[in-house]
Design a binder for this molecule. Sequence first.
Ligand code: AMP
Length: 280
Amino acid sequence: MKSVRSVAGLRKIVHSWRARGLSVALVPTMGALHEGHMTLVRAAQKKADRVVVSVFVNPTQFAPGEDFDKYPRTLAADKKLLEANGADLLYVPAVSEMYAPEATTVVHPGPLAGILEGAVRPTHFAGVALVVTKLLMQVQPDHAFFGEKDYQQLIVLRRVATDLDLPVAIHGVPICRAADGLALSSRNAYLTAKERAAAPALAATLKETATLLAAGKGTAALTRAKARLVKAGFDVDYLAWRDADTLQPLTRASRRGRLLVAARLGQTRLIDNVPVRRKK
Ligand code: AMP
């Protein structure tokens, strides 16, 4: 696997693939890679001849006081995992390569960036949209892969790619979970042993509540779910039943619903989501 740090180095390699008629996929990450990221790499390998994985802890998507400084950085282990999974190119730009000091352009995704995660983290999705737009312009892939783990991010990025006519197919990949149901996340490394033991209640509550909502049990199920999470030790930022495409609130079971949660366990903020599908 090759590894590059500069846009110029990246472009040289991608151009050489293009000259040979090969298709290219991009998997953007912030590193501290785990099996969840590898499901994206494998999905990308199925769609394209060559797979680029970027590792960049993007400062513009973290607000002051969030975990940018302590975010896990494990580049040597990331490289090994990517090699073992057959990725073709690792792109690891420095912050100064991604953001020139004089740069002022922003990418604002609009109203979708202000709800759910965006209501709690108002600058987050503009940072995500900016860095992903730049990565897509730098790599110019045919396909880009994002996890449903960050469900709203996937919806926001579909909006951005459509609105800006970016010539790329955006693909969502289902959530990869630990055996006990906890969605894999680089941030799970922050959990103490006690918190890790409590954490699966998040996914279990989502799963159970989704079944109740799909069966027409209505919003009372949401109230009970919140109480259960609080009892398990979570501070709930939101637990929301939304349309899977528009992220607008739902009050009745539909064929494409999604139940999304963000909750804090001690110092760690966890997000998760599941489909809510009305039985036909
Ligand atoms: P991150 O490094 O956390 O920014 O994640 C990079 C990409 O991997 C994003 O598109 C995430 O949604 C995706 N991802 C992270 N964890 C998982 C998981 N457990 N299952 C599926 N995709 C994931």
